[in-house]
Design a protein around this ligand. Structure first.
Ligand SMILES: Cc1cc2nc3c(=O)[nH]c(=O)nc-3n(C[C@H](O)[C@H](O)[C@H](O)COP(=O)(O)OP(=O)(O)OC[C@H]3O[C@@H](n4cnc5c(N)ncnc54)[C@H](O)[C@@H]3O)c2cc1C
Length: 645
C-alpha cells in the first residue's frame, strides 16, 4: 500500500505554475470572486523573477524608458501594484523579499488556495474538457486530484497543456510558415537558451577565486560581443549576465539537468576569466550567490485559437479580444548562446508601436476549458521573442484571470468567449477598471456614476484640467514629438553605443496614432496654488455611493523593477514611493447639505486605491478629494475617479 495520502479538491479555476503570469492570473480571478487553486512546484513564487533565478521584470517600457507625460508604457494593474510594493518595501533589493511579497499577496486573498512545492503531473480529459489535474507534493507525501471548471497553464514549460495533448510549437518556424521576415529561412528545433545568474560583492580585502577543474576555459575573443564589468547598465560585476546563455540546441525541458551542469561550468568559467584573466581590477570582488535553477527562456508554445505573429506585432494589429499589450523589442538570441562568440548575443528588433495580445492566443484550440498565460502562449517564435518578458506575461496573466472570472459568472466556456462580444466588452471594461491598459479601449462602464458628474478643481494646469479624470484613458501613450534618434533599429547596438559613448540614444514604442488619444489624461493642480488641492464631482441629482476608486500617477514613463543590477536600478525611483503619487488625502461627501469626511488616507504609494463602504452613502450630492501631500511633486495629480453604488 502506498504511503502517499490522496486528497480530492475542487475549485472554479485551477492555475498551474506560479511565475509572474500564474500569480497575476490567480490574483485577478480570486479578487473577482473566483475560487482559485494556484499550484506551484517550487517553494517560492515568481518563476524567473523569484530568488531562485533573480531575473528582473521588464515589459513594454522596453530598453529606454518613456518620456514624461507623453509615453507611459509601463504596465498597470496587478504587476504595477507588485512593482510599487517592491519599490517601497524592498529598498535593500532582497530577492527573498520579492518572494515574500508575492506570497503575501496570494495569502491575502480568501478565494485563493496556494499549494507550494506541488507539481501538476497529469490531467484527465473527458468529452473535450479537462475534468481534473493530478498534482504531487513529495515533501509531505501527498497527492491531489483537483477538479475545476476552468484551467490555466502558466507553467512556462506548458506541462499541463502537454499532458492533455494541446498541439505545441517548438523551435523556430521558417520564414514561409507565417510570412515572417525575421524568421530563419528554414525552420528548426532550436530555441532560445537558458541562463544561470549570479551575484557578486566587493569586499574590503582581496578575495581570491580558485576555479574547480571542470569549468570552461575562455579567451578574450569570446567576449568581443559580450561585454562585462560595465557601469551604468545591467552589465556590471554585481549581477550576472543574461548573455551567459546555453542549451538552445538541446531540449530545454528534457535536457534541463545537463543544461544546468554545463551552465555552471560556463558561468564559473566566465567568473574565473573575469577574476583571474581579464586584467580588470576585481581583486576585492567575490561571488555571493549563484543560481542552481537555470532560468529558462523558451520551451513549448501552444497552438491556441489565434497564433500571434511578427506581422501582428509590427503592424500593431487591433484585436477585438485584446486582453493585454506588449512592447518589448522582438529580442532574438542565437540558440548556441556563448558557443557562438562571433554572433551578437541578441538582436533586439525595435517595435514602433505597442501591440495587442488577444485572448484567443491564450485559449486552447482543441479543448473547451484551457487557458494559457506567460511564455507558453500561442505565438510564433518571433512573436514570442517579445511577449515572453515578465511584465507582459503578468499583464496577460491578469487578462486571463479576469476573462476566466467573468466567463464563469456568465456560464461561458473559455473556447466560446471570443464569440461573445458582450462578454469580451465586459472583460475589457473590468480590466480597465482594475487599471490594466488596453490600446485604444476607452472606459465605458454603465455602473460608474462619475461620468455623470460635473468635475471642478481648486486649481488646474493647462492640459491638466480637472475634467480629464473622466477622459476615459488613464495614461499618455501618444509618444514624444521627436521619435527616432537612434542609429539602428537593433536596440542592442544602441545599448552598446550608449555604454561606449555614455550618450543615450532612444527609439520609442508608443501606441499607434489611430488608437492613441493624445493628451495628459489626468488632473494636475497648479503648483503655485500649493496644497491642499481639491477635486470635486457634483451631480445634478444626488447619488448613492458605496465605492470610490482613485487612480494616481506613479510615473509610468519610468523603469521600475526589482533589479540586482546597480546601474539599472540607478535609472529608477527605487526604495521609495514614486514622487508623483498622492500620499495623504481625504474623501468628503456632501450629504444633506453638509460636507462629511468619509475617508482619510495617510502614506499612500499605490496607483489604484479603492475605498468601499458596507452601507451605501445615501444622497451624495457631491464628492470631494482633498489632496494634502504628495510623495515629492509640488502639485496633485489624479488620473481617474470612479464612483459606484
Ligand atoms: C536569463 C533570462 C533573461 C531574461 N531576461 C528577461 C528580462 O530581463 N526581463 C523579463 O521580464 N523577462 C526576461 N526573460 C524572460 C522571462 O524570464 C520568461 O519568459 C518568464 O519568466 C516567463 O514567465 P512565466 O510566468 O510564463 O514563466 P516562469 O517564470 O518560467 O514561471 C513558471 C512557473 O511555473 C512553475 N511550474 C513549472 N511546471 C510546473 C508544474 N508542472 N506544476 C506546477 N508549477 C510548475 C515553475 O517552477 C515556475 O515557477 C529572461 C529569461 C531568462 C532565462
Amino acid at each position: 500500500m502506498s504511503i502517499v495520502t490522496e486528497h480530492s479538491l475542487a475549485c472554479d479555476l485551477l492555475v498551474a505554475g506560479g511565475g509572474m503570469a500564474g500569480v497575476c492570473c490567480a490574483l485577478a480571478a480570486a479578487r473577482l470572486g473566483t475560487q482559485v487553486i494556484l499550484v506551484q512546484d517550487r517553494a517560492v513564487l515568481g518563476g524567473n523573477a523569484s530568488s531562485e533565478i533573480r531575473m528582473h521584470i521588464v515589459g513594454a517600457t522596453g530598453l529606454h524608458a518613456g518620456v514624461p507625460l507623453s509615453l507611459e508604457s509601463r504596465e498597470g494593474g496587478i504587476i504595477e501594484e507588485i512593482r510599487l510594493e517592491l519599490a517601497v518595501r524592498n529598498p535593500q533589493r532582497s530577492a527573498a523579499v520579492c518572494d515574500l511579497i508575492l506570497y503575501e499577496l496570494c495569502r491575502a486573498e480568501p478565494n485563493l488556495t496556494l499549494l507550494l512545492n506541488t507539481t501538476v503531473v497529469g490531467a484527465r480529459v473527458e468529452e473535450g474538457r479537462i475534468r481534473h489535474v493530478v498534482a504531487e507534493r513529495p515533501s509531505t507525501e501527498d497527492r491531489f486530484t483537483i477538479a475545476a471548471t476552468m484551467f490555466a497553464d502558466c507553467t512556462g514549460d506548458g506541462r499541463l497543456g502537454a499532458e492533455v495533448a494541446v498541439p505545441v510549437m517548438r523551435g523556430r518556424e521558417g520564414q514561409a510558415a507565417f510570412g515572417e521576415t525575421l524568421a530563419p529561412e528554414e525552420g528548426d528545433a532550436k530555441t532560445l537558451g537558458s541562463t544561470i545568474l549570479f551575484q557578486a560583492k566587493q569586499h574590503d580585502r582581496p578575495m581570491p577565486y580558485v576555479a574547480p577543474p571542470w569549468v570552461r576555459k575562455f579567451q578574450p575573443t569570446d567576449f568581443a560581443l559580450r561585454p562585462f564589468g560595465k557601469s551604468g547598465s545591467d552589465l556590471g560585476l554585481e549581477y550576472g549576465y543574461w548573455w551567459i546563455e546555453w542549451g538552445g540546441c538541446l531540449n530545454t525541458v528534457k535536457d534541463n539537468e545537463d543544461i544546468r551542469d554545463e551552465l555552471l561550468a560556463i558561468t564559473l568559467g566566465i567568473w574565473n576569466h573575469i577574476k583571474n584573466e581579464s586584467g580588470l581590477d576585481v581583486s576585492h570582488w567575490a561571488l555571493d550567490w549563484i543560481g542552481m535553477v537555470p532560468g529558462k527562456r523558451e520551451s513549448r508554445r501552444f497552438v491556441g485559437q489565434h497564433i500571434l505573429t511578427e506581422s501582428d506585432l509590427m503592424n500593431s494589429r487591433a484585436f477585438p479580444d485584446a486582453i493585454a499589450f506588449g512592447g518589448w523589442p522582438i529580442d532574438l538570441h542565437p540558440p548556441e548562446g556563448v558557443d557562438a562568440p562571433t554572433e551578437a548575443p541578441c538582436t533586439q528588433n525595435h517595435l514602433r508601436w505597442l501591440y495587442d495580445i488577444p485572448l484567443r492566443s491564450c485559449v486552447a484550440a482543441n479543448l473547451e476549458n484551457l487557458f494559457f498565460a506567460g511564455r507558453n502562449v500561442s505565438a510564433t517564435h518571433i512573436a514570442f521573442a517579445s511577449t515572453r518578458v515578465m511584465a507582459t506575461c503578468a499583464a496577460v496573466g491578469q487578462g486571463v484571470g479576469t476573462a476566466a472570472a467573468l466567463a464563469l459568472q456568465a456560464g461561458v466556456i473559455p473556447a466560446e468567449i471570443a464569440g461573445s462580444s458582450a462578454l469580451l466588452r465586459s472583460i475589457q471594461q473590468r480590466l480597465l477598471r482594475d487599471d490594466a491598459y488596453l490600446i485604444g479601449v476607452r472606459r465605458a462602464d454603465a455602473d460608474d456614476l462619475a461620468p455623470s458628474a460635473v468635475v471642478t478643481a481648486s486649481s488646474e494646469q493647462a492640459g491638466g484640467e480637472a475634467a480629464l479624470v473622466l477622459s476615459a484613458q488613464t495614461r499618455a501613450v501618444h509618444g514624444p514629438d521627436v521619435v527616432a534618434c537612434a542609429e539602428t533599429a537593433n536596440q542592442w547596438e544602441n545599448v552598446l553605443a550608449e555604454i561606449a559613448t555614455g550618450k543615450a540614444t532612444a527609439l520609442y514604442t508608443s501606441a499607434p496614432p489611430d488608437r492613441a488619444a493624445p493628451g495628459l489624461h489626468r488632473w494636475m493642480s497648479e503648483p503655485a496654488a500649493g496644497l491642499p488641492a481639491t477635486l470635486e464631482l457634483r451631480w445634478a441629482a444626488p447619488v448613492a455611493a458605496s465605492e470610490v476608486q482613485l487612480i494616481f500617477d506613479t510615473g509610468l514613463h519610468r523603469f521600475l523593477t526589482l533589479s540586482q543590477a546597480d546601474g539599472y536600478t540607478a535609472r529608477m525611483e527605487w526604495g521609495r514611493p514614486q514622487p508623483e503619487t498622492v500620499r495623504d488625502y481625504r474623501l468628503e461627501a456632501k450629504i444633506g447639505g453638509e460636507w462629511r469626511v468619509i475617508h482619510t488616507e495617510v502614506g499612500n504609494y499605490q496607483r489604484r486605491r479603492v475605498h468601499r463602504w458596507a452601507e451605501p452613502l445615501p444622497t451624495v450630492a457631491a464628492l470631494r478629494l482633498v489632496v494634502t501631500a504628495t510623495n515629492g511633486l509640488d502639485h496633485a495629480r489624479v488620473c481617474e475617479v470612479r464612483v459606484y453604488s
